[in-house]
Every structure is written in structure tokens, then in C-alpha cells.
Ligand binder design. Sequence first.
Ligand SMILES: C[S@@+](CC[C@H](N)C(=O)[O-])C[C@H]1O[C@@H](n2cnc3c(N)ncnc32)[C@H](O)[C@@H]1O
Length: 408
Amino acid sequence: MQTIELDRESIRQLVTDAVSQPGFRQATFGGSLRGTAACPWIRVVIRPVEIRDQRAIQFSYFEEKKHVAKNFHGPAVGAPLEEVLAVGFASIHLSTTNEEIDVRTTRKGKVQVGRRKVEALATQPPLAHNRTKDVPLAEGRSDSLLEAMGILTHDGHVRSAKRAKFTQINEFLRQLAHVLDDAGLLSSGRELKLLDCGCGLSYLTLAAHHYLNDVLAIPARIVGVDVNAEVIRKSVERSERVGAERVTFACSRIDAVAAKPDIVLGLHACDTATDDVIALAIAAEARILLSVPCCHHELNDRLRAEGAAKVLRPILRHGILQQRMADLVTDGFRALALRILGYRTDVIEFISTEHTARNLMIRAVRGAPLGDASLVRDYLAMRRFWGVTPYIEGVLGEGFQRWLSIES
Ligand SMILES: C[S@@+](CC[C@H](N)C(=O)[O-])C[C@H]1O[C@@H](n2cnc3c(N)ncnc32)[C@H](O)[C@@H]1O
């Protein structure tokens, strides 16, 4: 990325030129500047759409609680564009078929422009304006990251072998947007810190970086951690190839990471690595945790139809049912522990099983009361019923035991 400095009039010209050229793909405006007048819009996204076979430019205005879209044709685009430029957003990202441009205004009013040539893309047909409604990274329009990942073709079509990955990325980003909104972080005005635990080949790490920085215009820095040195090497390579500037990677076990992120991601972290992710999020007092548990083994070997659980013998005698029960009990304990430790927690099916069998997500946002006595009683009753101490309890340590001891 080449960086230069420009004055405000040149910025206005840069934006106007980008929006009016046939290869225009998207402009995203976000971040408030010190000293500018109050503005209800947290961000504005401008993109070409097709309405009744005619090209129009759609302006999406995002406010704290609502989102309004308006379409303009031809010269009528000028006035709303001037209005957005007059706000003086701190961050502007322009995307055209052959260039990505970042315009950032520092707190001291210095304007920096970074320009990166991208391999020339075929001029894409404008979007049908309602086809991709509410999809974080839309189909039918080119996207340099998804293209570099081999998910989209040059002209924005999903490669058939990558349909499941495309859907998984979008559903994950949809959840990320949901919790950001819930935690009040859509418009915090500061750079968000994310930690992606067990990032693997970093598809989702880079998707989150792209979505937050380029689409939502929320400045966000992400660290991807994985114990496997080879996937870290490949992730570094890939992030450099796509020009992701606010991503770094570290080769480490999750339980050895010392960090204070706002958001912790643990997507398909194997077996008890998910418990380590949850413990890390709690210890760091992270505002948000998104965890997709995977390969539950630990409790499966310990779950017995004994004591109170004897009545479940007809179920547990079947290997597959025992395994599913162990999955449910493991995630049930995890979700309850999070609730006891002050997180509003949901367990949701974030993607249909047609795309992946690993489709449960633990979605937690900090802000509930700590140590709710009735939740602690539920936890202790569940522990007695199953006659096991779940793994999560061990990794949560002293801080969790203190709450349990109050009711036991
Ligand atoms: C199934 S992959 C998931 C990759 C990525 N998060 C995704 O959802 O596409 C799980 C990754 O977690 C890593 N992992 C497992 N246990 C770990 C641990 N204790 N510490 C760090 N990484 C771990 C593995 O090396 C692997 O790359």
C-alpha cells in the first residue's frame, strides 16, 4: 500500500471520481472526527445497485438503532454525496474494480491516503438492490478478499465447491454484527481488539478483519493464534497477499496467551481448547465471546448412566446418543458457567446443518450480574445429576469456585 497525504478538497475529488466511474464497487464512511458537528450516522455505505434495469447509487445510512437506504440516479447522486462528505468522517474506504483506497484522518487532522492496485476485475453488473439484503459480504459483486480466498470468481459468483464456506463466513459475520450491536461496540469510536483463538488457515480471521475495517468502517485489529506453526505461516502469507494491514499472527497454545481483547473468537477450537477460549475471554473481561465448539471428546469418556443419571441408561447405551448427550452436557455447562460469570449467553444454531454439522455457537456478551444464586444452584444440581466435574470448571479456577462455594 502506497501512502500519501492530501488536503480535504483533493479528498472530495477522489471520492467523487471513484463514485462516478463505471468500475465503482463501494464506498464506506465511518468514524467521527474531533471537533465536527454531531451527526446521527455512525457510518454510510454507498454502492451501485440495479433497479428496474437502471443503474442507481444506493446510500445506506446506519444510525445507532436503525438503517435507512435511499437510491439516487445520475446527477441526483451529487447532493447526498456532498452531504456525506460534509460530515467529515475519519475513515473512508473506496473500492473500485482495480483499486482499493483508504483515506484516514488522524486526530490531529492529518489526512493520509493509502492506495493499492488490485488485479483488474471485470466491471461487475450492478447489484439487484434487494437480492443480497442483510448479507454481510454479498454475492453477485466482486470482493477482493473472497476472490483471493478462491470463494468468489472475478465477477462475484460463488464457486460451487465453496458455497458452504461462503455461507459459513456470512453467517459468522452476521453473528458478529449482532453481538457488536448488543454490546454497543458498533459505534464506540475507538479501535477494537480481537483475538481469534485456533485461527487455523484464518479464513474467518481475515473475513472479520475485512468486514469490520472495510465494510462497517470500524477500525479493528485482530490477532490470530494457533498452536500449529504451519497454519500460522500460511496465514501470514495469505494476510500479506490480501493486504490485510491490521492482522497479526502468533504461534501459541491458547492457554498461554496473555491479552486483553474486546472480542474473543474461538471457532471450531478442538475439544477442550474451547474451554481454554472461554476461560481466556472471562479472565480478559472481554466484552464479547463467539465460540463454535468442536470435537467434544473429554466428557464423552466420563459420562455414565449411574446415580441419578441411571434413568438415562436406555439412551446412553447407544454410542451415538451417548456422544450427542456428552456434547449437549459439555456445552450446557459452558453456557451456564458463562452466565454465572456475568455474560448474557445464548447457544444458537448459527448455520444450517446442510452447510456444516459443527453449527452450534455459544454467543456471549458481558454485562449480566455476577454469581446469580439461582444459576449457581442449577449448576450444582446438574453437576450432582451427572456425577461429573466438567472440564470448564477446572480451567475457570478459583474465581469460579468462589461463586460455587456460596451455594454449596
Ligand atoms: C478446526 S481448526 C479451526 C480453524 C478456524 N478457526 C476455522 O473455524 O476455520 C482448529 C484449529 O485450532 C488449533 N488448536 C487446537 N487446539 C489448540 C490450542 N490448545 N491452542 C491453539 N490452537 C489450537 C488447531 O491447530 C487448528 O488449526
